[in-house]
Structure formats: C-alpha cells, structure tokens
Design a protein. Structure first.
Length: 129
C-alpha cells in the first residue's frame, strides 16, 4: 500500500463545506475585527497615534486602575485592599485590552510602563483569592 500525499490531495465538496462553516462561525464571532476601529486617530501607514488620543486613553486607564485597589498598612503589614469598583474596573481594562489595535498597542504599553501586573494584579490575586 502506497502512503497518501496529504498535500497533493484534491479538495472535495466536503472540505469546501467545512471551510464555509468555519468562515460563517468566524463572522458570527467577529474574528474579522477591524483593528483600527478602536482608535480613530491612528495612521494606517505609520501606526502612530496622536498625542491627544494617547493622553485620553492614558487618563481612562488611570481612572480604571484607581478603581482596582491599593496597598494599605494594616497592623504594620502591607495589604492590598481592593476597592468597591474593582470588578468593574478590571472588566473595563480587559475590554480595552481586547479591543486594542495591534498596530500601536497603547494600552499594553501603558500598563507595562505603569507596572500594573506587578503592582496591582498579582497582589490582588494573592490577597483576595
């Protein structure tokens, strides 16, 4: 028996139907998301974002981060205390990350610069299981 060359196989009607179903499912889940949809002022060629838009996004992120929590002294120990709007703030941060442009990821860059993971998210997970 001769082994079948998978790359030389012809495409059957069943294969076409499966590809059509996958394409339909992708359209239902918006996998063809326009990456520039979330930042109106991004230049398609250079991937630059104007300073006013960047400052606006950073102000929104700062507002969301302040809602997550902070470190407080309790009985001479540093304890991370989550704020009342913690879940809503984390949801807003997640939404911004999910819809961010891959061309100029200002949200990821800003969260990294502000050390959100080290300063807020990890302590939140440690102190509030």
């Amino acid at each position: 028996m001769k082994p079948t060359d998978l790359y030389a196989a012809e495409e059957s009607d069943e294969d076409v139907e499966i590809e059509d179903e996958i394409d339909q499912a992708n359209r239902n889940y918006d996998f063809e998301y326009d990456e520039l949809k979330d930042a109106e002022n991004v230049s398609e060629l250079g991937g630059e974002i104007d300073k006013e838009e960047e400052r606006r996004i950073q102000q929104e992120l700062l507002f969301f981060l302040q809602g997550v929590g902070s470190i407080k002294k309790v009985n001479d120990y540093d304890v991370y205390v989550k704020h009342a709007q913690c879940e809503h703030s984390l949801t807003d941060i997640y939404r911004r990350l999910k819809n961010e442009s891959n061309i100029y990821p200002i949200v990821k860059l800003t969260l990294g610069e502000w050390r959100f993971l080290q300063n807020d998210l990890i302590p939140l997970l440690i102190f509030h299981k």
